[in-house]
Ligand binder design. Structure first.
Ligand code: GTP
Ligand code: MG
Length: 448
């Protein structure tokens, strides 16, 4: 695709009919895979974390269409420079692969290009890492042109940094985890060609980003407060938005069902309107290239007025997931914003949730709900109204009849608690965003 073509395709950021993910999962079915993790920590917690991360990798490989036939975890004080894990361990893996007829190895950490090449040559298997698999899933899921461009950028940057390796991973077309996205012909060409493509993608994403920035600004100026719905992947963010906003966003029991941010209006019981923005789910070791490439979508989180953090309270890993989400929120400089913590899937709890989940930071209110049964959702709306109200200024106004346009400004930027038509004008008790205070200050009613 030439840069011109890219510009054209980003002009409309519409949902492109996407058969990729559906077809993809079938086309990739059955690739026998051994997953490999390395634990360099000494503590018991470290081992457990490495095991959980490996479980998650199995899930990722499955989502990408592979079949995990074995999982190997090595304890070692440092990664091996040439082989990542121990050479002896690799021999064991080769023997196991022969027996299990496995053709692919997926490592749970990012490997260097030379490690990938070394291991490929030794094992004669296709060698991938966690980042590659995540990028592959994203490539199959991206629906809008912006999402597709972002994923392609992340893939190219990732591949460019490993161009010297990946003989097998790149030399196969048509089937196999990691063969979606930029195909062989593009990757065979030299780095300069890829660099040019990367530069073109970045330019295009920049213009998309400016457009997104403008939309956001408009939303900010004329509309309700925005709430970024964030959380670990599969926590039920989209389901919760669907139940709250009566929308029909795609939900699925799998990682990364949502890639592109989608906004929906939520009318609160007090008449206030909020805009909820669904976002991509977070995960352990979210690839650096992906965070970079998805900067413009992740800025929806940075720009939101309120953060609604959703956690699957029934997941045994919930506490760790909260920690991972908070680390990413901190990177996105979003931890200081008004935040509430929603413990979802309460219907699946067999015993009470861990108490520590209820303390997610100073001033952060926590509520237990179920998007499925509707339990706790009215309280959640209350809590959202309260949180939204925190940044609002209460005013008692008298608006002359020739300034009635100000009433729409108030409605768009706040809530009217009571309204009364007097001889001198409209008397309004209201709470408004601080951004419109100066437009209204002249009409504040003085105490009678
Ligand atoms: N039992 C139960 N299941 C739920 C609840 N909320 C969501 N789910 C299920 O959890 C799975 C994930 O839900 P999604 O809404 O797709 O989760 P998400 O957080 O948007 O996930 P990503 O977009 O992949 O990050 C789906 O199978 C939902 O049906 C709930 O309250 N209770
Ligand atoms: Mg989702």
């Amino acid at each position: 695709m030439s840069p011109e073509e890219i510009i054209e395709s980003t002009e409309q950021n519409e949902i492109i009919e996407d058969n990729h993910s559906r077809l993809g999962d079938e086309a990739f079915a059955g690739e026998k895979t051994i997953i490999v993790g390395l634990n360099c920590g000494q503590g018991e917690g470290d081992l457990e974390e490495a095991e959980r991360s490996l479980d998650e990798l199995a899930e990722l490989v499955k989502t990408a269409g592979g079949v995990v036939v074995a999982s190997v975890l090595q304890n070692r004080s440092t990664p091996d420079v040439a082989w990542f894990i121990g050479r002896g361990k690799l021999d064991e893996i080769i023997a196991a692969a022969l027996e299990l007829q496995a053709e692919t190895l997926v490592f749970d950490d990012e490997l260097s290009g030379s490690q990938i090449r070394n291991i490929e040559e030794l094992t004669d298997m296709k060698v991938l890492d966690r980042t590659f698999v995540i990028l592959d899933i994203f490539a199959g899921r991206a629906k809008t042109s912006e999402g597709k461009l972002q994923v392609e950028l992340a893939q190219l940057q990732y591949r460019m940094s490993r161009l010297i390796g990946t003989r097998k991973a790149l030399s196969r077309l048509g089937g196999g985890i990691g063969t979606r996205g930029p195909g062989e012909t593009k990757l065979e060409t030299d780095r300069r060609h890829i660099s040019r493509r990367v530069a073109a993608l970045k330019r295009n994403l920049n213009s998309t980003r400016e457009r997104r920035e403008r939309t956001r600004q408009q939303r900010h100026n004329n509309d309700a407060l925005t709430v970024a719905v964030v959380g670990y992947t599969n926590a039920g963010k989209s389901s919760l938005m669907n139940t709250l906003c009566e929308s029909e966003l795609e939900t699925a029991d799998q990682v990364f069902a949502t890639l592109d941010p989608v906004a929906r209006k939520l009318m609160l019981p007090d008449g206030q309107q909020l805009i909820l923005i669904d976002t991509v789910g977070f995960i352990r070791k979210l690839p650096h290239h992906l965070v970079e490439a998805f900067r413009s979508t992740l800025e929806e989180v940075t720009a939101a007025d309120i953060i609604m953090h959703v956690t699957d309270v029934a997941d045994p890993e919930a506490e760790r997931q909260v920690q991972i989400v908070n680390e990413l929120l901190s990177e996105l400089k979003a931890l200081d914003k008004p935040r509430l913590h929603v413990l979802n899937k309460a219907d699946l709890l067999v015993e009470p949730a861990s108490r520590s989940l209820f303390f997610d930071g100073e001033g952060v209110k926590t509520i237990q709900v179920s998007a499925r049964t509707g339990k706790g959702l009215e309280e959640l709306k209350e809590l959202l109204a309260q949180t939204a109200g925190l940044g609002m200024i209460p005013l008692r106004l008298l608006i002359p009849y020739d300034k009635s346009a100000l009433l729409s400004l108030i409605r768009d930027n706040g809530v009217i608690d009571s309204i009364d038509y007097l001889e001198a004008g409209t008397s309004v008790d209201t709470r408004v965003k601080s951004s419109v205070y100066s437009a209204l200050a002249d009409f504040i009613r003085l105490a009678e």
